[in-house]
Design a protein around this ligand. Sequence first.
Ligand code: PMP
Length: 401
Amino acid sequence: MKSFNPARFREQFPALADAGVYLDSAATALKPQAVIDASHRFYSLSAGSVHRSQFTEARQLTERYEAARGSVAALLNAPQSESIIWTRGTTEAINMVAQCWLRPRLQPGDNIIVSEAEHHANLVPWLMVAQQTGAKVVKLPLGPDRLPDLTALPGLLTARTRLLAIGQMSNVTGGCPDLAQAIGLAHAAGVKVMVDGAQGVVHCPPDVQQLDIDFYAFSGHKLYGPTGIGVLYGKPELLEAMTPWLGGGKMIVRVSFDGFETQPLPWRLEAGTPNVAGVIGLSAALAWLRDIDLNEAENYSRGLATLAEAELARRPGFRSFRCQDSSLLAFDFDGIHHSDLVTLLAESGIALRAGQHCAQPLLAALGVSGTLRASFAPYNTQQDVEALVNAIDRALEILGE
Ligand code: PMP
């Protein structure tokens, strides 16, 4: 692993060659040349699909496809690659746990505890399954530090609790709850835990064994990989107990008009022709990331967010919703609508996002209708911070007139 060099890191992102300032990496990360090349080579040179054909290219492709599963298992320190299920992304992975694992286990009156800090992807699937079964979704409230209040958790866990759903890192505040503590409390009450890793994985890939995580989901596109590919990690006994929600090719050993017998894990949960290009692209992203000191890169991005926050704090009306030390900076200015400000920033070539960030309950708990969010990645620079601050000054001037 090489020590982190911001200029060398940035050079690898062709999307940054033109002048714009990209501060929306929490929505999706830009792609390094290595991932673009791997995707291009795949479509240019690879023939065949996986797991079906006997000819050499298809067999080689199958080997690369399965090796990629091993790379994800290594990233998460999963005990075996069969615990890694390919999905379209975090959203699909969480829905899969809701429908294939939890739904058959829910009775009317059971409950699912969901933190108030969650992205809609880690709330709506639980509301849906609750609606389908007569169960309830119970809120684990936000504490004064803008993190899920884990001191409230023991009081919410009951004999009827079937799952705790919690995010590794908020996509708004950047807050990272103490997962070990949350999981410890849930497990002590016999409750399984779904961790949404969509936002957290790029900052700190978890050790799923050390943390004893039951289910973990992430999306390739936030980890410098392609869109349309993601991962569900599950403990083998939990994945084994899941009822496949998609039936079709590749997930069965035998089928007749009398019934079917499914493949072993992981294939029983992956019906149909998979997103091979996505897997190859994600695998290229993981190989590329192995050469990068993620801790140093993370400290660098956090430093940029700290700098931006300190600069902006000198402007009247500035409010930050950032959890300490995060590389995400959610903010607003008292009396100025976030969508007016973001429109003017876009005109200045600053790419960031404003609104509710798919986290309406969290925004309600913060007491705001929306915020701006500048998310800093290791390819950003101090010049980006200056450009943001200058553009905000110009916009505030216009809006103040
Ligand atoms: N959870 C969090 C915290 C997220 O930030 C996102 C993406 N914005 C998701 C879930 C959903 O990820 P995807 O849209 O890639 O499925």
